[in-house]
Structures are given as C-alpha cells and as structure tokens.
Design a binder for this molecule. Structure first.
Ligand SMILES: *Cc1c(COP(=O)(O)O)cnc(C)c1O
Length: 365
C-alpha cells in the first residue's frame, strides 16, 4: 500500500491513524458484533458515539451551553437555503459579505427567500481580499449577516473575526460558512449566531454538515421550511428527527479525538501556521511561481498559485503525480494550481511539495 500526499480541496485527506482505527473497527465496533454502518441510529452504541463526538467538538471549540450542535445533511450548499428559511423571519431581509465564489453562491440562493443586501464585496479586487469591517454597510434591520470566512476556491481567509459589536451592530447575528477552516484555528463562538460547514474539508467524510447555532435563533423557521431542515426540530430531536449520516458522524468523532491528541485547536493551529509560512514563504521567494492574494488575507488552508509560465502547467502536474503529490490542479474558475493543506496534512507533506516545486523551478526556470 502507498499513500500519496493528497492536496484535494474536498473531500480531502484524513489522518491515516483515523482511517486505520476505522478499518480495525469496521466489522465489529468494540464488541458490538456489528460495524458502525450497520447500527441503528437509536441504539445505545450509536447514541454514545454521537454524544461523544458532540462533547469533543464542544470541548475543542469551547462552544458555550447556549449553542446547539446539529448534525445535518445536504452540505454547505443546502445550508445556503436552509439558513434563510430558518432565519430570515418576518423581516425577510439579510445582509451578505461577498468575498468569493462561495459567498456569491450563498447570496444568490438567499434571494429565493427574501431581500438580500450586499453589505460589502471584494469583487473589484477580483475577490483577492476581505473588505474591512469599517467598510461594511449593513441594512437597517437585517435578520442576519452572512460571511464566508474562508473562501476555499479563491484562497482568501478573514484575518479577523466578524465581530459586529465593533461597528455597533451587536444585535445582528453573524452567520459564517466555515466549511474549509473549521477547527484549523480558534473561533470565538460567542461572536456568531450560527457557524456551519460541510465535514469533507477539515473534519471527515462528505455527507455530514455541522451547524452550531445559538439557542435564540431556533424556532424562527418559515412555514414552508421542510421539517427535517427546521433547526428547532433538529435540535429538539438531538439531530435524529431523520436518520443522520451515522458513519460520517463516527469518523468525525475519531477525527475530534485525533485532534485532542494533537493538542486541540491550539496545537493544530501552530502546525497550520508553520505549514502556511513554509509554502507562502517559498512562493514569495521563488520568482517562478506567484500567489495573487492580498498577503493579509491569504488562507492557511487553501493556497492557490500560478506558474509564471503557464505553458508548463501540465508538465508540473504530471511531475507532481510521479512524485506522489496529487490533486494540485486549481479550481476551473481560477486556473493555475491550488494546494489545500487542511489539518490532516502534516508539515512533512508541505515540505515534500516545496521540495518538488523548487526542483521543478530549477529544471525549467
Ligand atoms: C466546499 C464548500 C462548500 C460546498 O459544500 P457542499 O458540501 O458541496 O455543499 C460551501 N462553502 C464552502 C466555503 C466550501 O468550502
């Protein structure tokens, strides 16, 4: 068996030790005589798995007691509809900060359910930066303000937490799509009304969506909101109103345990900073490559870059694959290359990428 360095944006690499443990438990979970995929979601075994996963996530993110953790399905794209259905309320108006492909998509979907005000956009820069909060223009009474705090495709990450108290609008709940950087750095959950993300970037398998929502935002769903997507219903039923994605929750739980062994969010953040410094430092030093993002807003998780001579792209990718470095092709809307270096990517993998890139530049520069 050979495992390569997988730089996929999502579904993405998982820690080998998590996969190893899952393999060992595949046919018989800790003496249950069945594997996790075969368990009733209401069995005491699975309920204990889900409860442990939630407790570990709460501990890792220091989630206060007045927030509910929901294990849902549909991914972040479904949440783009589920959020307005739940939160737009009587006002039927929400504010969006647009910083790249994902928030463009989110505000477009929200328009099906009410009025959308673009509070700020970095479109003029080609979505290479994050507009500072001092420039955000909130509407009079938005039901919430939406942000995507790490734009996975563009490689743009907020260098600050969107804390509306700082602009005198603490009453507006902040919603954040954190799909691609949840658990990569600390979040002050109390600054948000709702945090959400698909699991397949930085947590576990596709199919699980994590929603962290403040208590007072439950029970506001529009009458047409599907029952299974009404946050109140999901919360009241411990995420088991319908059958949750049981196996994905189990793997997420193993990843949370792995993260705790790694020193929690603080431990993994230190590793993520070292990885990002290594890769961006190299990109800045080597004129053969370039990254076009505002240095203050560079994502620690998704690093897009270009070869100065783009006619070498195919050769770069083929050579990378031969060197055991895969999924480096940039998103089709951006072009070039992208290395996603989530929590599960060790420094060693980023070092292997930099070594290859240096060698390629020497041979073709
Ligand atoms: C991947 C991603 C999505 C889309 O997630 P799906 O699971 O495909 O719905 C949305 N937002 C961000 C920030 C993402 O990284």
């Amino acid at each position: 068996m050979t495992r390569v360095w997988n730089f996929a944006a999502g579904p993405a690499a998982l820690p080998a030790e998590v996969l190893q443990q899952a393999a060992e438990e595949m046919l018989d979970w800790r003496g249950a005589g069945v594997g996790v995929m075969e368990m009733s979601h209401r069995s005491k075994e699975f309920v204990s798995i889900a409860e442990q996963a939630e407790a570990d996530l709460r501990e890792l993110m220091a989630i206060p007691a007045n927030y509910r953790v929901l294990f849902m399905q549909g991914g972040a794209i479904a949440e783009n509809a589920i959020i307005p259905m739940n939160l737009m309320g009587e006002e039927k108006r929400a504010d969006y900060v647009v910083t790249g492909s994902w928030s463009v998509k989110s505000q477009k979907e929200a328009r099906k359910y009410g009025e959308v005000n673009i509070a700020a956009t970095s479109e003029a820069s080609g979505y290479t930066t994050v507009p500072p909060m001092s420039e955000w223009k909130l509407s009079a009474r938005p039901s919430y303000l939406f942000t995507c705090t790490n734009e996975t495709i563009g490689g743009v990450e907020y260098p600050f937490e969107p804390d509306l108290a700082r602009i005198g609008r603490a009453e507006v709940p902040v919603v954040a799509d954190v799909s691609s950087h949840i658990l990569s750095r600390p979040f002050d959950v109390t600054k948000y009304g709702l945090l959400f993300g698909g699991a397949q970037k930085n947590i576990g398998p596709a199919g699980l969506t994590i929603v962290i929502v403040r208590d007072d935002l439950l029970g506001r769903a529009a009458p047409f909101c599907p029952t299974a997507f009404d946050y109140r219903t999901v919360a009241d039923n411990g995420s088991m109103y319908n059958t949750p994605p049981t196996y994905a929750i189990y793997i997420a739980g193993l990843v949370f345990q792995w993260l705790k062994r790694k020193g929690g969010v603080a431990g993994i953040e230190a590793q993520n900073i070292a990885k990002a410094e290594l890769l961006y430092g190299f990109l800045d030093d080597c004129p053969f490559y370039e990254n076009r993002i505002d240095p203050a807003c560079r994502s620690r998780m998704n690093v897009p870059f270009f070869l100065k001579d783009e006619s070498l792209n195919d050769r770069f990718l083929a050579g990378a694959k031969d060197a055991g470095l895969v999924q480096l092709k940039g998103h089709k809307s951006v072009g070039g290359m992208r290395a996603s270096i989530y929590n599960a990517m060790p420094l060693e993998g980023v070092q292997a990428l930099v070594d290859y890139m240096r060698d390629f530049a020497l041979r073709h520069g």
